[in-house]
Write a protein that binds this ligand. Structure first.
Ligand SMILES: C[C@](O)(C(=O)O)[C@H](CC(=O)O)C(=O)O
Ligand SMILES: [Mg+2]
Length: 301
């Protein structure tokens, strides 16, 4: 009932264990708190909270318009609804190193297990689009050092994302990954890898866990868990997948209602009322104090 009873500290320990397991851990992107429940129920290892989804959900493009407050608030709402560890996309960390330090503490306060901070210039771009720019190594490593020093829970995961592959190639990505690890990064997110051999190149360059971003319509093919396991990847995210599929269904349904004058044909594709109640654990609320409350809805389907 209400929120997860697993503490943020426990979730951070869990995330560390998952990343040390030697097998690829799948983190689908939750587009709202309820979808995090679904991700947990279906047996995934953890929940990813995408900056693109957060921005797009507000009707905005993913170009660094969202604020720390918006991201920490929404990520906290998602994280508290699941027992799983949640990793959030903190974009460029919302400013200079001191802002990055505050970002980390706010995300700790919001109950996240970790976050990633990237080396793009502001305004940032989607990592799979052309025309993005990266900061120099000094600026990038200062961001990560500030992040690592700011945490009060040493298990809060600081993942450094580098977008440098697109601008300077895979060798530069290897060098940048090494520098970010030296600056205190616990894990590396090499963005927009062209193929599996590039993930292998990053694996060869650093000893920390690495993440694969399997976003659709991007620069990378959609590799399977087995393929990613083969090149030493530790964690895979499907950041925008659930939002894309949900919005696709919403669009088709609106068209269908418009054309048919009723949603009747779409009902079979819907989450039923009973299933929705199950996901929000309606029954537990009923049990809370049956003497005072009685929310029973007999025969719900
Ligand atoms: C992972 C990512 O940073 C995100 O915000 O989810 C995006 C995903 C996308 O736009 O498809 C990215 O820059 O790759
Ligand atoms: Mg992002």
């Amino acid at each position: 009932m209400l929120y997860s009873n697993v503490t943020p500290e426990q979730k951070r320990v869990k995330l560390r264990e998952l990343l040390a397991s030697g097998t690829v851990q799948q983190f689908p992107g939750a587009f709202n708190p309820l979808s995090a429940r679904l991700i947990e129920e279906k047996g995934f290892a953890g929940v990813y909270i995408s900056g693109a989804v957060l921005a797009n959900d507000l009707g905005l493009p993913d170009i660094g318009l969202t604020t720390l407050t918006e991201v920490a608030t929404r990520a906290g709402q998602i994280a508290r609804m699941t027992d799983l560890p949640s990793l959030v996309d903190a974009d460029t960390g919302f400013g200079e190193p001191m802002n990055v330090a505050r970002t980390i503490q706010e995300l700790e306060n919001a109950g996240l297990a970790g976050c990633h901070i990237e080396d793009q210039f502001n305004p940032k771009r989607c990592g799979h689009l052309d025309g993005k720019n990266v900061v120099d190594s000094d600026t990038a490593t200062k961001r990560i050092r500030a992040a690592a020093d700011a945490r009060r829970d040493l298990n809060f995961l600081i993942m450094a994302r580098t977008d440098i592959r697109a601008t300077d190639g895979i060798q530069a990505a290897q060098d940048r990954a090494k520098a970010l690890v030296d600056a205190g990064a616990d894990a590396i997110f090499p963005e927009a890898m062209a193929d599996l051999s590039e993930f292998q190149a990053i694996r060869d360059a650093v000893d920390v866990p690495i993440l694969a971003n399997m976003t659709e319509f991007g620069k990378s093919d959609l590799f399977t868990v087995d393929q990613l396991q083969g090149v030493g990847v530790n964690m895979v995210i499907y950041p925008v997948t659930l939002l894309r599929i949900a919005m696709g269904a919403a669009e088709r349904t609106l068209e269908s209602i418009k054309a048919a004058g009723t949603q009747e044909a779409e009902v079979e594709n819907m989450l039923t009322r009973a299933r929705l109640y199950e996901l929000v654990d309606y029954e537990a609320y009923n049990q809370f104090d049956t003497g005072v409350f009685n929310f029973q809805v007999p025969g719900v389907r």
